[in-house]
Design a protein around this ligand. Structure first.
Ligand code: ADP
Ligand code: ZN
Length: 740
């Protein structure tokens, strides 16, 4: 007889705790059900709390060990590999394992409060002949109808979906024709949509060469693949065919897409390619209801879904037998989570792929400086698509020097003459235009011409934005709103002036210049209604809108063949921020926005309005020269010891009391100076560029090092030993993307 050795103790991490592990005894009754990753209830003082098992032990040094009270479910909810990934995240990003597990297991599943939805289903009890149905038809036509429906369905049908009365079904059940039983229904966010099968396209030569490499990586994973392919070069088609191969091999795939590109259009492309096995595609994004998220997650965990498409957190999808991870638009900053754990989903993806020994494909038209560096140094394998599909030309990019334009028009202007002429030309040709400005609202500040007073947010160190539709001043950091004054609140002069343009003002200017055109604005203000986004894109695609004005919402991944003109209203917006990535971001944004033009038969044209037209980010984007941009950027990074040549760590200290925040930052810096490894560079604490936010004063300490793991260990020690005053909060951001 085989004797199974049962573990005696479990090490658990309690939810919402500081993240320390505690040991509990496993009773004989629970021993068989428990495994690493099990969710359990354990006693803490006088309460029972939820926890995750992270280790099984034969013995423990702990004293006063208590027993696990309950094991939730029959199967561990977190697979051991994801727990390993959780450990990596905790170590690398200097957070608790509890915080890492919180990201790994979605809240709806973790809390166990949302349940599967159950319904009554009916199915045929046995084979029923047409004769039998015909006989029934005369006496009980309703019952016959049910049998016909069930026969046609060939499987269980939800009772609610059968048109016949309950009674008829009950009768059939009583007479042994039909079995009614409880079943689980799935809340599928796309359940109501029908996806027609879209066949594979024949790859062009360039695509074929790339696919060959992807194929061999799926079969035999080596280094991560970085696919640099210009906008419209057919990267997605390669993802789709690689995923097909993964399915054919009996494995699964995760596709990460930035939240903003997870549009109905994107989902449709995947769902329709795999229409035959549509149920196998799970979609995870932030607009799911609790119920939908719960069901999609279980669909993946049970192995029913083999393709997962999702935003950042989908990297933690409990997929087994992973064959491929795709990270589309790998350069996107939204892959970085801006709350603890502050992980970067692309980097976590690379780690997960290496743990699972599966292929990983990062794709972008504008790879991040870091990833391209990895490709140059041989850490990644570089694949390239240099041409648009069908050899369509890249759009022609023209730079408009707004300094000259302002002199010419004798006033600050939103639309240059050249851009206006181009729009007019498109209107007569019945082609469409996109105007891009990455700033909402009407004007970005309200300044008194007399005394210079600016309407600032009382909670944040920034000016309030005027929103004309709402007729209010709104803070874009904390959401504070105020009445828009008609005269200066300080000196009562009525000549208070709106300055700096947002999308609302662009929309107004366009409507004034082109009263005959159909103009639509697309930004967070106009798109707050759930279906607004889908409807607007639909109308635009159908040609009902001539000019679409919008923020980055329209910059990414959209594909409209009839758009031949793109206007970038202010290319300098992000260029002069105190952030070493400002140039990179501008280059990426210009390239992505320009990529929306000319994706059909007609060549596209792009107008870039700028006050610094000779900035390298603008000039390289103009010439579609990624390589050139990267060359000069990597030199700048090397000279300044920026990533990828060092790792940065940003510690932010905030408090409603300025002196307390400043004092705590000083203290922490002193402690760090004594403790950090010698090769670390430590800055003096300084007020953050955004010196105040949500009523908190903010100070920053910046560290740079080549040996990040060594530094995070030290950081953890120092922070654990230091107690800050009650209303002071310190956050640690490893490889930060938000430096403000
Ligand atoms: P990217 O992701 O690189 O921006 P897409 O994958 O969106 O490019 O491709 C752009 C367009 O070209 C899409 O409409 C796509 O269906 C089409 N396409 C891609 N590959 C091919 C191909 N081999 N033959 C014909 N059309 C293609
Ligand atoms: Zn504010």
């Amino acid at each position: 007889m085989m004797v199974l050795r049962m573990p005696k103790f479990a090490r658990v991490i309690v939810d919402q705790s500081g993240g320390n592990a505690f040991d509990y005894e496993i009773s004989a009754a629970h021993a068989e059900k428990i495994a690493i990753g099990s969710r359990v209830r354990v006693p803490v003082r006088t309460r029972l709390v939820l926890a995750t098992v992270v280790e099984l032990l034969d013995e423990t040094d702990a004293t006063g060990v208590r027993e696990i009270a309950e094991v939730i479910g029959t199967k561990p909810l977190v697979n051991p590999l994801l727990i390993r990934l959780g450990h990596w995240i905790a170590d690398y990003y200097c957070c608790s394992l509890e915080a890492a597990l919180r990201s790994i297991l979605p809240q709806v599943v973790r809390k166990g409060e949302v349940e599967h939805q159950r319904r009554k289903f009916a199915r045929l009890a046995r084979e029923i002949s047409d004769d039998e149905i015909a006989q029934l038809e005369r006496r009980a036509p309703k019952q016959a109808d049910v049998l016909i429906d069930l026969k046609k369905a060939g499987g269980p049908v939800a009772v609610a979906k059968l048109p016949a009365a309950r009674q008829a079904i009950e009768q059939l059940a009583k007479r042994g024709f039909v079995i009614v039983e409880d079943g689980q229904i799935e809340r599928d966010p796309h359940g109501a949509d029908e996806f027609l099968h879209a066949p594979q396209l024949v790859l062009n030569e360039e695509q074929h060469a790339v696919f060959e490499r992807a194929q061999s990586a799926v079969r035999n994973p080596q280094a991560p693949l970085l696919l640099h392919g210009v906008t419209g070069s057919g990267k997605t088609e390669i993802y789709l065919q690689a995923i097909q191969l993964v399915l054919d091999l009996g494995k699964s795939a995760i596709v990460l897409v930035p939240e903003i590109s997870l549009t109905p259009q994107t989902v449709e492309r995947f769902k329709s390619r795999f229409a035959a096995s549509q149920k196998q595609v799970a979609v995870l994004h932030s607009h799911l209801s609790h119920g939908e998220r719960h069901d999609e997650w279980h669909k993946i965990n049970d192995g029913r879904a083999r393709i997962v498409i999702g935003a950042r957190s989908a990297i933690f999808a409990p997929v087994e037998n992973l064959g491929l991870i795709v990270v589309d638009e790998e350069h996107e900053n939204s892959y970085k989570q801006e709350e603890a754990p502050r992980y970067h989903a692309r980097d976590v993806a690379v780690v997960r792929a290496s743990m699972e020994k599966c292929a990983i494909l990062l794709g972008s038209a504008t790879p991040s400086i870091e990833s391209y560096h990895n490709a140059q140094s041989g850490k990644y394998e570089l694949l390239q698509l240099r041409q648009r599909v069908d050899s369509q030309k890249m759009p022609l990019i023209r730079i408009v020097d707004m300094r000259l334009e302002t002199t010419k028009q004798k006033a600050p202007t939103v639309l240059s003459d050249r851009l206006c002429a181009a729009i007019r030309d498109r209107l007569t040709k019945r082609e469409q235009s996109i105007l891009f400005l990455n700033r909402r609202g009407f004007s970005t500040s309200l300044i008194c011409a007399q005394c210079g007073y600016v309407c600032d947010c009382p909670n944040c160190s920034i000016a309030l934005t005027f929103h004309r539709a709402a007729n209010r001043l709104i803070c874009h950091i904390c959401g504070h709103t105020a009445v828009a004054p008609t005269k200066c609140p300080d000196c009562a002069d009525p000549r208070i002036k709106y300055s700096g343009a947002g999308t609302e003002r662009v929309e107004e200017a366009v409507a004034r210049f082109f009263p005959e055109a159909a103009v639509q604005r697309m930004d967070a203000d106009t798109m707050s209604r759930k279906d607004a986004y889908r409807e607007t894109l639909h109308a635009f695609r159908a040609g009902k809108i001539d000019i679409l004005v919008g923020t980055q919402m329209i910059a990414k991944g959209l594909h409209f063949p009839n758009v031949t003109l793109v206007g970038i209203i202010n290319a300098d917006l992000g260029l002069h921020l105190p952030d070493f990535r400002a140039g990179e971001r501008t280059f990426q944004l210009l390239t992505q926005v320009a990529g929306r033009a000319g994706r059909g038969e007609v060549e596209g044209e792009v107008f870039v309005q700028s006050f610094t037209p000779f900035h390298p980010a603008i000039q390289f984007a103009r010439h579609h020269d990624f390589e050139g941009f990267w060359q000069q950027e990597i030199e700048f990074r090397q000279q300044g010891s920026f990533p990828p040549f060092t790792h940065m760590v940003l510690i932010t200290i905030r408090s409603p009391h300025e002196t307390k925040a400043a004092f705590s930052a000083e203290t922490l810096t002193r402690r760090l100076r004594d403790a950090i490894p010698p090769e670390t560079n430590l800055s003096e604490p300084v007020p953050a560029p955004l010196a105040k936010s949500h009523g908190n004063f903010r100070f920053q300490i910046m560290l740079r090092t080549r040996a990040i793991l060594k530094l995070t260990r030290t950081l953890r020690d120092v922070l654990e030993k230091l107690t800050f005053p009650e209303d002071v909060i310190a956050t640690v951001d490893i490889d930060p993307y938000q430096l403000l």
